[in-house]
Design a protein around this ligand. Structure first.
Ligand code: PHE
Length: 330
């Protein structure tokens, strides 16, 4: 038989095979050591002329390999079929599909949102690419104000489409305060979680991108006492126990008075947020009468809260994409 017809009859035989035994028979018929078709062809090659050998040798070997691999595949199929048929146990628990899960930062953000929702705070979103006006000027930080140095800024090369304003990656969530006040009348209370950016060197406690949650409560008689109560309640719910809180006088151009809030964890004071009573210049800028409306604002670091709650020592882990880290928060 020539190679072509051997090949054709092989495929016909394989197609007709119904069991692993059939495949074994085919294997013997074609590759059997004594009388296999391929074996015989390979054996006869030695009698050919040198030129014929050069052509036939590789062709015959190729066909042999092809036949071997087809037989291996078909045999495997019959094998697993028969195994399935005999050993399937419908009482066995199914294979567990691995599901994705929520990133610890999102988890903490959801927790914080839930707590403030229960205190009737609305959830507001703001843009990450921000105008200089909202990130600085409207927050009482005019150009050349030394306080601008508090926020190392990524500036964009492009300017805003309409008014040729400078654009930046927001350095805090406070611009959302202005955007909201411009378009809403008090009283209200809002929170706005989101990503912020700082042009800083990265280390275990600094990232160029991190997250804040801004809070703002506006009303006719909102005071520091209200803030102290709200934030005390929030901290207690977030950490699941009473935490010691300390207000330290501090400076932010958009609040007066301003403070930093520390909490005591394992006998150490940790700074967790900036806050204060909204500055009257900010109120005037959005056409609120400071004689009537007052409010408190705060900005807390999401990573900070997650690190304290879960005892994480390096902020870089949150963005590492390291599954060993992420899987600990199932
Ligand atoms: N925006 C401030 C910061 O990023 C925090 C802050 C928010 C302070 C609101 C006071 C009031 O540092």
């Amino acid at each position: 038989m020539d190679l072509e017809s051997v090949k054709r009859s092989f495929y016909k035989d394989v197609e007709r095979a119904n069991t692993g035994d059939d495949i074994e028979k085919i294997r013997i018929a074609y590759l059997g050591r004594e009388k296999g078709h391929i074996t015989l062809i390979l054996r006869s090659i030695k009698d050919l002329s040198l030129e014929e050998k050069r052509v036939m040798g590789p062709l015959a070997n190729e066909l042999r390999q092809e036949i071997e691999s087809i037989l291996r595949i078909r045999q495997g199929e019959f094998h697993s079929l028969s195994r399935e048929a005999t050993t399937i146990d419908i009482t066995m628990p199914g294979e567990k599909a691995s599901l994705g899960h929520i990133h610890p930062l999102t988890q903490v953000e959801n927790d914080i949102q839930g707590i403030f929702k229960s205190l009737n705070f609305a959830f507001i979103d703001g843009p990450e690419i921000e105008k200089e006006h909202y990130n600085f000027d409207a927050l009482n930080i005019p150009l050349h104000h030394p306080a601008r140095d508090m926020w190392d800024t990524f500036w964009l090369k492009t300017k805003s489409a309409n008014r040729n304003e400078r654009l930046l990656l927001r350095t805090h969530t406070s611009p959302v305060q202005i955007r909201y006040m411009e378009t809403h009348k008090p009283p209200f209370q809002i929170i706005s979680p989101g990503r912020v950016f700082r042009f800083e060197a990265i280390d275990a406690t600094h990232e160029i991108n991190f997250h804040q949650v801004e809070g703002l409560m506006m009303g006719k008689s909102v005071s520091v006492a209200n803030f102290k109560y709200v934030i005390g309640l929030f901290l207690k719910q977030f950490f699941g126990k009473e935490v010691e809180v300390r207000f330290r006088p501090s400076y932010f151009p958009f609040v007066e008075p301003g403070f930093e809030i520390d909490i005591k964890i394992k006998n150490k004071w940790l700074e967790v947020m900036g806050a204060g009573m909204v500055h009257r210049k900010v109120l005037e800028g959005v056409n609120y009468d400071p004689e009537i409306w007052q409010g408190f604002a705060f900005g807390l670091g999401l990573e900070r809260f997650a690190m304290i709650k879960y005892n994480i020592h390096d902020v870089r882990l949150f963005y590492s994409g390291d599954m060993r880290f992420i899987h600990q928060f199932n």
